[in-house]
Design a protein around this ligand. Structure first.
Ligand code: PGA
Length: 250
């Protein structure tokens, strides 16, 4: 079994085209035959900058969100179809900030996953428990439900990626211990096995996200079921992001 190891930058609502160009100018020369796949999720205003600068590099890019339809009267939204047309590879779906601030439900998220796969992009489905859910012993139940519902329209024959991000670890500096993270990843791997069978469970990368930094990435990435990272704050600076990418090779 060899799953892809993916290190992804979620820039959230940070960086305009100038800062994006500047980041890539500094970052790309640091990428040296990385064994990890590197993905940048910039704000949508930077799609064309990424499409241009990443063309014929080993770094790929994607959207942080898309709408659940590919065209129509949906003011202010972006479609997976346009991301595909512009050269994206991935689209993040169901990030906890989307669930929390934009009231996205599992049902809506499932439609987006399908929409992303339909146009030939790879959905990266984000899920994770809140602190309250963890403290009341519901972590396994919550993340398995999010997985099952988020994947209810998925095509198991096409690629998809899971990002486990405990909400209490996002942007807080409180990283899950490698045991806590590995335990949740194992639970998700077993749930994938039940949903799609052993071959799917073996093949689908499960990334960890939540306060990943160069200093904690090595230990987290050494766990059997952690197949990479989704990085917020530490992905904004080329040096710290490359430090996380390289933790794989150290
Ligand atoms: P963080 O964010 O690395 O700043 O905790 C991770 C994420 O939200 O994807």
């Amino acid at each position: 079994m060899s799953r892809k190891f993916i290190v992804a930058a979620n820039w959230k609502l940070n960086k305009g085209p100038g800062a994006c160009k500047e980041f890539l100018r500094e970052f790309l020369p640091l990428v040296n035959n990385s064994t990890a796949e590197i993905v940048i999720f910039p704000p949508a205003v930077n799609f064309s900058v990424c499409a241009g600068a990443l063309n014929s590099t080993q770094v790929v890019w994607g959207g942080q969100n898309c709408y659940a339809e590919n065209e129509g009267a949906f003011t202010g939204e972006n479609s997976a179809a346009v991301m595909k047309e512009m050269g994206a590879s991935y689209c993040l779906i169901g990030h906890s900030e989307r669930r929390q601030f934009f009231a996205e439900t599992d049902e809506f998220i499932a439609k987006k996953v399908k929409c992303v796969q339909d146009v030939g992009l790879i959905p990266m489905l984000c899920l994770g428990e809140t602190l309250g859910q963890r403290e009341s012993g519901k972590t396994g139940e919550v993340i398995c439900n999010q997985l099952k519902e988020g994947l209810c329209l998925v095509d198991f024959n096409k690629d998809f990626v899971i990002a486990y991000e405990p909400v209490w670890a996002i942007g807080t500096g409180k990283v899950a211990t490698s045991e806590q993270a590995e335990q949740s990843h194992q639970v998700l791997r077993n749930a994938l096995n039940e949903l799609g069978g052993g071959a799917i469970a073996d093949r689908v990368p499960i990334l960890y996200g939540g306060s990943v930094k160069p200093g904690n990435a090595g230990e987290l990435g050494a766990q059997d079921n952690i197949d990479g990272f989704l990085v917020g704050g530490a992905s904004l600076k080329p040096v710290s992001f490359i430090g996380i990418v390289q933790s794989r090779n150290d």
